[in-house]
Design a protein around this ligand. Structure first.
Ligand code: TEU
Length: 572
């Protein structure tokens, strides 16, 4: 039975506008640049575009610090350009999902300007203002109202001299947290969402939405939390996620704004477990359609460390975690499927084999992700096999999270080569170098000077070369998307992991109504030989997709796979 939920067979493409395509030569991507590239998305075959923030912003966190929720920042263009983009997408049968960043605003948002102007301003309680800790000199270390830490280094509280109180910011001081306990705040957000829906948007990606419910004590204080070093967030900022009223707030938002509309909603949920996700995404609970988990992208963090404390990934850990999410949401709820976004390093450099097997590893990682049960997300450039930036100097980085951490780490005496290495592996700027469109100077991204350096490997890694090469990563993504659009077993089939203990091969079977899809991938630099047991018979099924079309293929149960070789067989 086809689900009424169109987003279950859809593929989403994330655009980080600042780095996608510049149309006016200022070195920063913009909306008209996106409009110029819609044919690329059409050829890839994606159904939805998730657009990272384009709203007015001082750009402290590249637009995730919003000073006006209902306009377009002139650096990206105008509301008219946005309407033209929406029309251009709808004309191609595609949809637009906006980034909803409402855990916090910019400190330049009028709401915060009013709130901070005086203790009795009507909007004072739209944010979290608290007195200094008793017995401490205000503004000195230890006087913060609680021990919460910010995600971009430092305490989560900043002292405001004018009114003698601290305000809360889980991210930078330029990103004060909204107080969702206040019904006026919730109503204002709901009204803003309603107006975006009226402008024609088709859904929302909700930025750190599981942080909006804070653990408030009866006396209104935000109590200390145990300092756990690296938290589930993948950074050392202990505070509450999945707070006591989160489901109430999301359900209220659903009932007030989302109900009865065929929108796509995805909640970015750092620290959420699959048990939490079942509560967030069970349709009977009417909260959101799916969540972004962080568990799999935190598997290469040293135990108890932060994202900067590097550890190698164990494939069996990745298979176990992804399978737990597949099984955990099999009966009720829905998965998002992603390797990349604007906050994560690029997968082919992180867990692929960029040097020796860049194309095959990019293809095989995409294959194992896209044929699982859930909605796949493709991040700009991932479909071309773009790599990390390979910066060699701290000064090359722009991202507030990287810049702040590097300064703090060097201050703490961490050797510079360790800082440079951690940044090269994990900085969010790895995802933010301009999209590589062709081999021309600046990769066809801009005629000016790009805000962040274009990767020199754009001379060979670019969309134009990929489109011309039938064996490219691009065409492999295009075929994966076709399989999802054409095969019910990909959308609705159940999932069964094979070979859980194998450290080279990721293999699973999807099954629905008699159809069975075998996905088998060697995610290692060495040849692999595995015995699929009774499932080996599925190797006789039609070969739908492979990285190695010329490989000799036996008929199981043993299968020999070249480094990074993957195959997809359909038995129906
Ligand atoms: O990300 C929240 C978040 O948890 C990440 O910043 C995470 O801590 C980081 O990726 C670990 O390296 C969202 C947005 O995606 C991010 O771009 C914003 O900076 C952040 O919220 C604040 O809005």
């Amino acid at each position: 039975p086809r689900d009424p939920d169109w987003w279950k067979s859809a593929v989403v493409y994330q655009i980080y506008p600042r780095s996608f395509q510049d149309s006016d030569g200022d070195g920063i991507g913009d909306l008209r640049g996106i409009i110029e590239r819609l044919d690329h998305l059409g050829e890839l075959g994606v159904d939805v575009v998730w657009l990272s923030p384009i709203y007015p912003s001082p750009q402290a966190d590249n637009g995730y610090d919003i000073s006006d929720y209902e306009d377009v920042d002139p650096m990206f263009g105008s509301l008219a350009d946005l309407h033209e983009l929406i029309e251009g997408l709808h004309a191609r049968g595609m949809k637009l999902v906006m980034d909803l960043v409402v855990n916090h605003t910019s400190d330049e948002h009028p709401w915060f300007r009013e709130s901070r102007s005086s203790r009795d301003n009507p909007k004072r309680d739209w944010y979290w203002w608290r007195d200094p800790r008793p017995g401490h000199e205000p503004g000195t270390p230890g006087a913060e109202p609680s021990n919460w830490e910010a995600s971009f280094s430092g305490p989560a509280w900043t002292f405001d001299e004018a009114t003698g109180q601290y305000y809360l910011h889980l991210f930078s001081p330029a990103q004060p947290d909204l107080n969702w306990e206040n019904p006026e705040v919730r109503a204002a957000v709901h009204a803003m969402m309603e107006r975006w829906i009226e402008r024609g948007v088709d859904g929302f990606r909700m930025d750190v939405i599981n942080m909006i419910s804070k653990d408030v004590a009866a006396d209104g204080s935000l109590p200390d939390v145990p300092v756990s070093g690296g938290s589930a967030l993948g950074d050392p900022s202990p505070h509450t996620v999945n707070g006591p009223r989160i489901h109430e707030f999301l359900h209220e938002m659903h009932e007030r704004v989302l109900a009865g509309r065929r929108l796509l909603t995805v909640a970015e949920a750092p620290g959420a477990t699959v048990t939490d996700a079942r509560l967030y995404t069970d349709p009977a609970r009417r909260e959101v359609d799916m969540v972004f988990t962080f568990e799999h992208v935190n598997l290469d963090i040293a135990p108890g460390g932060s994202k900067w404390d590097l550890a190698p990934l164990r494939l069996t850990d990745l298979k176990a975690n992804l399978s737990a999410w597949q099984e955990g949401l099999a009966e009720a709820g829905w998965n998002s499927l992603y390797w990349n976004n604007h906050d994560q390093p690029r997968i082919v450099s992180r867990w692929g084999s960029e040097g020796r097997h860049r194309v095959e590893s990019a293809k095989s990682l995409a294959t194992v992700l896209h044929l699982m049960r859930g909605t796949p997300y493709v991040y700009q450039g991932e479909e071309v096999g773009m790599t990390n930036a390979h910066f060699t100097q701290v000064g090359q980085y722009r991202d507030i999270e990287s810049v702040n951490w590097a300064a703090e780490a060097l201050e703490r005496g961490i050797p510079e080569e360790m800082v440079v290495r951690s940044l090269a592996v994990k900085s969010r700027d790895n995802a933010r170098t301009p999209v590589q469109w062709d081999a021309s100077p600046q990769a066809g991204f801009t005629t000016g000077t790009p805000w962040l350096a274009v990767n020199p490997n754009h001379d060979t890694i670019n969309a134009e070369a990929a489109r011309r090469d039938p064996g490219s990563v691009f065409h492999h993504y295009r075929r994966l998307i076709e399989l999802r659009h054409g095969l019910d077993v990909v959308v609705h089939g159940d999932y069964r992991l094979l070979l859980p203990d194998d450290e080279q091969v990721f293999a699973y079977v999807r099954a629905a109504d008699g159809a069975r899809l075998l996905v088998v991938a060697n995610l290692s630099d060495e040849e692999a030989v595995v015995d699929l047991g009774p499932d080996g018979a599925l190797l006789d099924g039609d070969l739908l997709l492979t990285t190695h079309p010329d490989a000799e293929r036996g008929s199981g149960p043993e299968v020999r796979l070249a480094p990074w070789e993957s195959r997809v067989h359909l038995t129906d």
